[in-house]
Design a protein around this ligand. Structure first.
Ligand code: F6R
Length: 694
């Protein structure tokens, strides 16, 4: 009979606003010892009892990536609810996972956001609880109350059943919801009452039986899900049923109604850290009662909690009994004694996030539809490339110079990833001086009117007769006609960056015919078609939307790898710039290990919203993969969040293009979250117009 632990990482922590926000709620705040986040501290605290293999975290989809990154958790250990439905469904899901792994498994369920001072006693209390659970009891840990708190539920003990690991085990007589002050006072003077810690231990099979008895809708959903565990149908079934299950707490839904519930009373310095006053109480304070995180300059300041943001000093003069919390989003100044009411402010400051259906209305020019059509573009591009007339004299080149800017220019970088000869992307007015007859010159400009491209292309023509161009028309077409150079026409009416399928796949097809590319794109095309369905607006809560939510409000730092995902990282950056209208940066491994990582040292101060995204495929050098693992640890230490996204499929092309396509979707969803229409790129147009007038 093995012991499993399930950490419940949910909740809003509204009373700790503005440090705790919807996107980064209380479990992620550095309130644990040595500046650890509460969730990390919780994880480390139970690890000795279970080991990594039997430690699960259950969370809602909006927080899943963060939980995974914060703990370096394997996918199989992360249980993701489509949306949080209070503790009973979360526990039901976790009990299902545990019982499938081990029908006899004992399960410890505990919240991710508690602070515990005496970890040794905590684990002993849990061991006592595990023994009681082995005998079939439903066990809860009760905290010896130190004051008549009204913020917690109370458990009244009944008959003594025995003891274990230095802890008594009592039958539970009664649960009481949060009492008023007089009742709490009475409980304390009568004795035999404990605070309800929200930490439970039971056999997974036993709690599932109780759910069967008391929560029929949840039970039904879990039965349906049991047969789908580990199959592709799991996610859809979970999404389909989760709206229907009883959104209730396990205390109310089961524990208060079940037979044979026992309590293990314990005293291990338990803190729920429910509000800023509670944080002030546990933080170290100076002789005036001032507790500080960050830089504080105080004069005549007493009984205060100061929470400053990195790089900014909070200065106070002649104030007392106050909580001052400064974050990137908001500055809170509150009377310490009224900390409970911060929740009301938090609700006003953070209205519920808009529904996707509302946000789709911002896409007035139809970028979502265009992105959905990308796989189709790629397929048509390949066909088009087959039909192009290619004059004899073109072949025989030993390198390619790809002249183009912006959404067209990236074609050169991506071609370089797949050609068997060097490809030099050229983004400027002039071509490199070493270019000669051995070079195939390709002009790429969707509009056909980009002046840098036209200038470099013309100069290139004076160096080599091997040349071709691709555009939807414009001056490039005229130039090709007058110089009798093969010109490939692709459909007009798109934004250049949204015509990448045509630009790139047509050229890939042409270059395959010219003997410079040897790749099978079948799997890539099938993967893209699958993604179009999975990532589109008709799949709510999809991966691209989740990533976009995780990036929203921050500055994405997209990391690819040299010779592999580098160009895709660059595409993510440029798509985020042009679609989402916000800054984003990219870099490549291993190079970034020699410079950028030093820049992380002050990132919390100068780029507090930095969000790293690692693009991963199975085709990176093993040492590069090892570097990523180390970087992830470094990032966590620096308090920077990161995401990892994996390419789909097996072939290099499938993995690369699926990552690229995912980025395109992310950038469009991010635009909508930013409240902007993804399509227009006015600053680019304005600049081109001004230059044209010069
Ligand atoms: C706009 C876009 C731009 C253009 C760039 C060059 O959607 O992607 O980056 O690609 O201004 O223009 P073209 O592609 O027409 O040569």
């Amino acid at each position: 009979m093995s012991v499993y632990a399930v950490i419940m990482a949910g909740g809003k922590g509204e009373r700790l606003w503005p440090a705790s926000t919807r996107a980064r709620p209380k479990p992620f705040l550095p309130l644990g010892r040595e500046g650890k986040s509460l969730i990390q501290a919780t994880y480390d605290r139970v690890l000795p009892l279970t080991g990594r293999e039997r430690l699960y975290v259950v969370t809602e989809s909006a927080l899943a990536l963060q939980v995974k990154a914060a703990l370096g958790l394997a996918d199989a250990r992360l249980l993701v609810e489509p949306q949080g439905r209070n503790t009973a469904p979360a526990i039901g899901l976790a009990a299902l996972a545990v019982s499938l792994a081990d029908p006899e498994g004992i399960m410890i369920a505990l919240p991710a956001d508690h602070l515990i001072e005496d970890e040794v006693t905590f684990r002993k209390a849990l061991q006592a609880a595990v023994e009681a659970a082995q005998e079939g009891h439903l066990v809860t840990l009760g905290i010896e109350p130190s004051c008549p708190a009204t913020g917690y539920g109370y458990i009244q003990r009944g008959e003594l059943l025995g003891s274990s690991h230095g802890h008594d085990i009592f039958k539970v007589k009664r649960f009481t919801e949060k009492p008023d002050e007089d009742t709490a006072q009475r409980f304390l003077s009568e004795g035999g009452y404990y605070w309800n810690s929200g930490i439970f231990v039971w056999r997974a099979a036993r709690i599932l039986e109780e759910i069967n008895r008391f929560l029929p809708k949840l039970a039904q959903a879990l039965k349906k899900l049991a047969g789908l565990w580990g199959t592709p149908g799991w996610e859809a079934a979970l999404r389909g049923s989760w709206q229907e299950v009883e959104a209730t707490s396990i205390d109310y839904g089961v524990m208060e109604r079940a037979e044979d519930v026992v309590v293990v009373p314990a005293s291990f310095g338990w803190h729920d850290l429910g509000d800023w006053q509670a944080v002030w109480e546990v933080f170290p304070r100076d002789e005036n009662g001032v507790a500080v995180r960050g830089e504080h300059l105080g004069m005549d300041t007493a009984r205060a909690l100061i929470w400053a943001r990195p790089g900014k000093t909070v200065a106070t003069l002649g104030v007392s009994n106050v909580a001052i919390v400064d974050t990137q989003d908001a500055l809170l100044v509150a009377a310490l004694a009224r900390s409970q009411q911060v929740r009301e402010l938090a609700r006003q400051a953070q209205p519920a996030p808009p529904e996707w259906d509302e946000l789709f209305k911002l896409d007035t020019s139809g970028m979502l539809e265009v992105v959905a059509g990308f796989p189709d573009q790629c397929r048509k591009g390949l066909e088009l490339g087959e039909e192009v007339d290619l004059p004899q004299g073109l072949s025989g080149f030993s390198r390619v110079l790809c002249v183009g800017m912006g959404g067209s220019g990236i074609t050169g970088d991506l071609l370089g990833r797949f050609l068997s000869i060097p490809v030099i992307p050229c983004r400027g007015y002039r071509v490199p001086s070493y270019i000669g007859e051995e070079t195939l010159l390709i002009g790429v400009s969707y509009s056909g009117n980009t002046e840098e491209t036209l200038s470099a292309f013309q100069e290139g023509l004076s160096r080599t007769r091997r040349a071709l161009a691709i555009s939807s028309g414009g001056k490039l077409r005229e130039l090709c006609a007058s110089r009798k150079i093969p010109w490939i026409g692709i459909p007009g009416g798109y934004q250049p960056r949204a015509a990448l399928g045509y630009l790139l796949f047509t050229l890939l097809s042409v270059l395959r015919r010219l003997g410079a590319a040897h790749l099978d794109l079948k799997e890539a095309l099938a993967t893209l078609a699958e993604q179009a369905k999975a990532l589109g607006p008709a799949s709510p809560g999809n991966q691209a939307q989740t990533i976009a939510r995780a990036l929203a409000g921050g500055v994405p730092l997209i990391y690819g790898t040299y010779g592999n995902t580098g160009p895709v990282a660059f595409r993510w950056k440029t798509q985020i710039n042009e679609n989402a209208k916000q800054p984003a940066f990219w870099a490549e491994l291993p190079e970034l290990c020699h410079n950028e990582i030093v820049g992380w040292e002050l990132a919390e101060r100068v780029l507090p919203g930095g969000r790293v995204v690692f693009l991963r495929t199975g085709h990176d050098h093993p040492r590069v993969q090892a570097r990523i693992e180390i970087l992830k640890e470094v990032l966590l230490r620096r308090g920077l969040s990161y995401l990892e996204v994996e390419g789909e499929g097996k072939s290099e092309a499938a993995q690369l293009f699926s990552l690229l396509y995912l980025g395109d979707w992310v950038s469009v969803y991010l635009a909508l979250l930013n409240g902007v229409d993804p399509t227009p790129v006015r600053p680019i147009q304005e600049l081109k117009e001004r230059l044209a007038r010069l």
